[in-house]
Design a binder for this molecule. Sequence first.
Ligand code: TLP
Length: 344
Amino acid sequence: MTPINMSSDTQTLPTERMYDAMRSAPLGDDMLRADPTVNRLEEIAAEKVGKEAALFVPSGTMGNLVALMVHAKPGDEVLLDAESHIYYYEAGSVASVAGLMPRVVGSRRGRLDPDQVAAAVRKRDQHFPVPRVLCLENTHNRSGGCIVPVELQNRLAAVAHERGLAVHLDGARIFDAAVATGLPAAAFTEHVDSVMFCLSKGLSCPAGSVIAGTAAFIEQARLVRKRLGGAMRQAGILAACGVVALETMIERLAEDHTRARRLAEQISTIPGLSVDLESVQTNMVYVDHTGTGLDTDEVLTRLATAGVLASDRAPTHIRLVANRHHGDAEITEAVERIRRAVSD
Ligand code: TLP
């Protein structure tokens, strides 16, 4: 039995066009800005998100870190959603590497409240760290891939800017938000100072993310990337996939969204499992398994034995992510396997 791997969109493999592009990409030393394929990717990427310049980085985690280290210096404060990827899943790098003081704010479905953000910005006082940057995330991973509406993002950015803070957007899946709303990605990035997006998630690249901002921001980001050991050499071999991703893989994300919805609706009919259907807005489905009486690890183990790989949001949920390797038949088969796994 071939397992259906729904643990993440990071599990996607390169497309045939990516393999072809890798083979024929002109290469050079990117540390010296001499890799034409990386340069091309950075140009296309900057244009997609409406920024002056962009920088290719090995991972989303490094992209977020580099951006924060440009916006703030050790001892400064960064405002973060308590459920954000940066706070929750990046191994504490915001504190241990960037030396920043996180101040967390709650959110609902990834939506921060502008009043709460305003109240969390401390005044300049010798007792307090200096608040320097507000981080946003769109789509919002831990709420189930929910979209933060552009108008709310803009209000939050205004609150931060009025108080002298920079705004960084963790837009790992910003193209999911764009495709699902029918807006250009640049609409989500217009009022942020920097954005990171991932090529290695639903867009199917084997590795790589991009950060974008003003030319001056990217100039500094280049130095920080080098400092962190993230400057690569013939990185065009990876960037070639990124070019294919940005040119051919964005619109098809809508298929993942349609399949995620069908998956969610069908899973909701399985006794013991439930899904907050309103939160299924892009490619993720968080399944509440409390009705089964099983703990999260047990549910994951049973699913894996039945041939469905999922990830956890313990103690109450598992996560399933639709990606390009799942056609309609895989969705139907996954639902049947899950039904069997929890009813045994
Ligand atoms: N998310 C991964 C895991 O780390 C949880 C996943 O499977 O969803 N921002 C957001 C919103 C992300 O979801 C991720 C990866 C990142 C940043 C980090 O990207 P990488 O894995 O390239 O460092």
